[in-house]
Design a protein around this ligand. Structure first.
Ligand code: FMN
Length: 364
């Protein structure tokens, strides 16, 4: 005998709202906020109608309750991180700026998705048996797996990043003394035909809202470091800029690394030994220091006495950078690099400040 469905007619639109909210980066921010708010309000009403649970709870029912509690926690995380993400531009709360709310928003969404599917499956198990239940479980598994890989991927590659560069880079100075140089290398300033670049996303360029100029991740990190240390600032420029397509740049960088292509600098470095510390900021390329950065540092008439590296990356951390810098400059003190994930760059000023305060303190 067919058991009645445990789902109510309004459950399907609520589930559809959740899936739409998960695809938030494809919509304008306000639409995403409205969809998210509608889902949260709908879920609150849905749960209110189901509570309190009466009678003895079976094993499956208890699992369902556990999933519901986890869902409640994850939704609270989504709400909190969402509110801070939306308010970030308007509040001057420094403690809130230290937190990468986007990371917590994505993490809470993934936990909510897992808990929601667990909740739905425990409900479905009351009416669905055999292939129907296992089919639904398999579909849930595939969707969760796709979201775990797909959402961070989409956030890195498909989310158009616009920011107010002056506001994310500017702020309180740190206690830094001595002669300091911040030198940076990025695709920005080293790419031909900027108007044709294919990655204005977490992966590389971000658009400055005020000047409408494109900034690279490493450039933004360098501006943060310069602003807080009041160091001199220098950019590493190659003589022949890289093509606008990301994949072409990746290919050329590989040839440079394997010495089948040479990289020529537009200008050599000044005498780096004149500085107490050189803060070098670059993207991780093929797991290590880009050839242009190596060449620039080696072009100084005298080697630097202290190197502090800030490395932005797409998931590999600082890779081999520390070992590479140590092997290039055996006489220099090389600090353990700070690794900043590409999409986190606009929110990383506090991390950069903490790191530099420690690294520069150790250099005294
Ligand atoms: C040529 C090239 C090679 C890269 N290799 C790596 C890598 O090996 N590991 C990694 O995590 N990210 C890698 N990335 C990603 C960049 O390090 C990352 O997106 C960085 O934030 C880009 O900084 P930028 O905007 O200053 O160029 C590579 C990017 C490019 C263009």
């Amino acid at each position: 005998m067919m058991r009645p469905s445990p789902f109510k007619p309004l459950d399907a639109p609520l589930f559809a709202l959740f899936l739409l909210a998960l695809c938030g980066i494809f919509f304008p921010k306000m639409v995403h906020i409205l969809i998210g708010a509608a889902f949260l309000a709908g879920t609150a009403l849905h749960l209110k109608a189901k509570l309190p649970i009466r009678g003895r709870a079976s094993g499956m029912r208890r699992a369902g309750l556990l999933a519901t509690e986890l869902l409640g926690l994850a939704l609270a995380g989504i709400l909190l991180s969402g509110v801070f993400l939306s308010l970030q531009a308007f509040t001057g709360w420094q403690w809130a700026d230290r937190v990468d709310w986007r990371f917590w928003h994505i993490l809470s969404s993934l936990v909510a998705m897992f808990a929601l599917f667990a909740h739905l499956l425990t409900q479905a198990s009351r009416a669905w048996q055999g292939w129907r239940f296992y089919g639904a479980a398999l579909l849930a598994f595939v969707l969760i797996g796709s979201a775990i890989f797909g959402i961070p991927y989409a956030d890195r590659w498909l989310r158009h990043v616009e920011t107010d560069v002056a506001s994310v880079t500017g702020g309180e100075p740190i206690a830094a003394s001595g002669r300091l140089l911040t030198v940076w290398f990025s695709r920005s300033g080293n790419t031909a035909g900027l108007e044709q670049v294919d990655t204005v996303s977490g992966a590389s360029f971000m658009l400055d809202k005020k000047s409408q100029k494109l900034f690279g991740n490493a450039e933004v990190l360098a501006l943060m470091a310069q602003d807080m240390t009041k160091s001199d600032l220098a950019a590493i420029r190659v003589r022949t800029p890289y093509p606008p397509a990301y994949s072409d740049t990746v290919r050329i960088a590989k040839d440079e690394l394997h010495a089948t292509a040479d990289v020529e600098l537009a200008e050599p470095a000044p005498d780096l030994s004149r500085y107490d510390a050189v803060i070098v900021v670059f993207p991780l390329w093929w797991g290590t220091v880009p050839k242009a950065v190596e060449k620039y540092l080696a072009s100084s008439s005298n080697p630097p006495s202290k190197l502090i590296a800030i490395v932005t990356h797409g998931s590999s951390g600082a890779g081999e950078s520390e070992a590479k810098l140590k092997s290039l400059f055996p006489g220099a003190a090389v600090a353990k690099p700070l690794a900043v994930y590409s999409s986190s760059v606009p929110h990383s000023r506090a991390d950069v400040a903490r790191y530099l305060e420690e690294a520069l303190g150790a250099s005294k």
